[in-house]
Design a protein around this ligand. Sequence first.
Ligand code: ADP
Ligand code: MG
Length: 335
Amino acid sequence: MGKITLDKVTKRFGDVEVIPPLDLTIDEGEFVVFVGPSGCGKSTLLRLIAGLEDVSGGQIRINGEDATLTPPAKRGLAMVFQSYALYPHMSVRKNIAFPLRMADMDQAEQDRRIDNAAKILNLTDYIDRRPGQLSGGQRQRVAIGRAIVREPVAFLFDEPLSNLDAALRVGMHHEITELHARLKTTMIYVTHDQVEAMTMADKIVVLRAGNIEQVGSPLELYRAPCNLFVAGFIGSPKMNLLTGEVAKLHDATTIGIRPEHIAVSTTEGMWKGRVGVTEHLGSDTFLYVHDTGLAEDITVRVSGEVDVKYGDTIYLTPDTHQLHRFDQAGRRISN
Ligand code: ADP
Ligand code: MG
């Protein structure tokens, strides 16, 4: 079980309302990612759920029971932070065992849980080492192990991988996703990185200034962002957002077209432009196209095989089935 319900949950620090009244349901077994720019309230929201901060208003229910005033240790949630907070003088085994020793758990049961967590996380061979003798990724796995042995109702992760280099991060994404598939325990994962959100989540909650902008699966957000903020936030490179005449043609204030939904030709197309910077990723190439006569420059994503270079003239044609339209308030206009 691991259903978490937030009902008009509010947080003020002094006079500043960081989280305006917010409703959210996290279903049992879901992998939910809170994503949004730095300072938007992701950590605060997670800490409210964990009980590390008191709510200023509203109710938090865990598995249907009011947990708003329940102390953190009694909520059955396990939090994993960016700083691993391991005890340097203790072995991996002792670090993982720590919450169980605190709870005075029977030794045989402790051993069973620790061995199981070590196996799941590939830490068995390192179990007698100290944190200083481990890599960053292994240390983060120990921190996760310490959460697993508690057999929590839900795992709460606050940007747990920000300290790791890019390659390790990708490896850990897979491990955490795999862990979720195996344990089927509810997970809430906080990140400012939309790629992390897209690759890991069942359900993404996009936050801005403490407000939920949109909740949906990665593909729902990609296909139908509800406003300009989500349109610009989800997807890399960013969706092209065009204003002026071209938008008016489509009865909108702004139209959006993703870089991967624009065809490129050297001979003909809707917009003629000049290639600026090109970024070669190997599989794909990103082109930044100027002088199209539109108010904004255009980013296009083409196959890595396409042979264009700085200064070339090219023609662009958007796939009109993939256009997004937004009104004056920046809200999506449904088709
Ligand atoms: P995020 O995790 O999305 O980067 P935070 O939840 O840490 O954002 O912070 C949200 C906002 O709340 C920020 O404006 C931050 O300055 C403010 N804030 C966070 N904690 C406190 C605190 N203890 N006292 C006052 N303001 C805080
Ligand atoms: Mg944070």
